[in-house]
Design a protein. Structure first.
Length: 250
């Protein structure tokens, strides 16, 4: 495995060649603010909050750390320069204007400094910040149930024509990765409701709890996922724990 040396805020960090700066920083307990970055959905590069200053040789530039790979030794990274602070405050101001009442947005803004959004038109009742994680998650699952639609001020995430999507399998991946919890999903009496569509939930073969839709089960089987592995997360964890105990008891 090839490694490179990266200097982040004066700290020497050893990383895998090609590893993104935000992951190197996290591994070395250096915090970089972000919204659209997710360990399972890397490189979206949409919120821009993870900007840092990078110096290679005599060249210094601003890059998004979630999409910038460390390829060479001697890369110098600064995460909190005056230039970065100023740019980040503008981004936070736009974020506040987009979703002023959202708890996650408020928490993020407080963590990195309150900003003045008075020069921007404030949205009301809006929780979506267009981070794109939900669309990316849907694509990774293998569906195209939701997408970014419209342009300009009417831009949003939705199903085609705001109607029930025939491609949606009700897996809930989009809701699970949404940082602002704007995608509403409800499980009640064996029925899951999401994106205006109802799905019948199946029961776990082990514990009997509802955990997966019929459509999601069929989708997974088509992708050659073993049927015996289709149990709820709690039962998977319990099975893993039992197997680990057997290993250590040997």
């Amino acid at each position: 495995m090839d490694t490179v040396k990266v200097i982040i805020n004066g700290k020497e960090c050893i990383a895998e060649k090609g590893q993104f700066l935000i992951d190197i920083a996290k591994a070395n307990r250096i915090g970089i603010p972000h919204i659209c970055h997710h360990e399972a959905l890397r490189g979206l590069n949409s919120c821009r909050l993870c900007i840092v200053e990078v110096t290679e040789g005599k060249r210094t530039r601003v890059v998004t750390s979630c999409a910038f790979p460390a390829m060479n030794d001697g890369l110098v990274v600064e995460t909190n320069t005056d230039r970065i602070k100023k740019m980040r405050k503008v981004l936070l101001s736009l974020l506040r204007a987009e979703a002023p009442d959202n708890a996650y947005v408020t928490k993020t803004i407080k963590a990195f400094g309150a900003t003045d959004s008075s020069r921007y038109e404030m949205s009301t009742g809006n929780d979506c910040i267009m981070c794109g994680l939900c669309v990316k998650a849907c694509e990774e699952v293998g569906c195209t149930a939701i997408a970014t639609v419209n342009r300009g001020t009417t831009k949003k995430i939705s199903t085609p024509y705001d109607m029930e999507s025939s491609d949606c399998i009700g897996c809930g991946s989009c809701a699970y990765v949404c940082p602002t919890e704007c995608i509403k999903m409800e499980d009640k009496d064996g029925i899951r409701t999401i994106w205006g569509k109802e799905f019948k939930l199946l029961q776990c073969n082990v514990c009997g709890g509802y955990y997966i839709t019929e459509e999601q089960r069929e989708h997974l089987l088509k992708r050659n996922i073993p049927e015996e592995s289709l149990v709820c997360e709690r039962c998977k964890k319990e099975h893993f724990s039992r197997e680990m105990v057997k290993v250590f008891m040997k």
